[in-house]
Design a protein around this ligand. Structure first.
Ligand SMILES: [Zn+2]
Length: 148
């Protein structure tokens, strides 16, 4: 993998970590299906209860983070999303009133991700490194299985 790809990969994973921390696990699941499996956006919106525009805009953000490389975006999301959901706690809660469990503070829902970006960026970076490490380990294991 070239250095540029690594940079993009880091940016994508960091964005996924931020979303998960802010409490958007279901949105990550929807976007995962949308990007990796090209699932129908209308079905996703119905099933997960998100606006179609929101799902589309998250895909766009991820594509931007990938430097416009859809294949890289797909590959990274495919490898990262389940690990992010499994290992990164959701510190933001609630669709009506946002709450940051770390600060024990109520935050307007639309600003939850902003709050985590501003107040907890060190933690986001730590989780991002952790997820990238897990992804590297997963890669090694896949190679070992293939060699057998
Ligand atoms: Zn907080």
């Amino acid at each position: 993998m070239v250095d540029n790809d690594k940079h993009f990969e880091y940016e994508i994973v960091r964005y996924l970590v931020l979303k998960q921390m802010s409490g958007y696990e279901l949105l990550l699941r929807a976007v995962h299906e949308y990007i990796v499996y090209d699932a129908n956006i209308r079905d996703l919106a119905d099933r997960y209860g998100f606006d179609r525009d929101l799902i589309r805009s998250v895909k766009q953000r991820i594509l931007q983070k990938a430097g416009g490389d859809l294949r890289l975006a797909k590959r990274t999301v495919a490898r990262a999303v389940n690990e992010v959901i499994r290992y990164v706690p959701q510190y933001g809660v609630g669709r009506l009133h946002g709450l940051c469990k770390l600060c024990r503070m109520y935050i307007d829902n639309g600003y939850l991700a902003d709050h985590f970006s501003k107040s907890h960026s060190g933690l986001i970076n730590e989780y991002t490194e952790m997820i990238l490490e897990i992804m590297r380990e997963n890669n090694k294991n896949v190679k070992v299985v293939r060699q057998r």
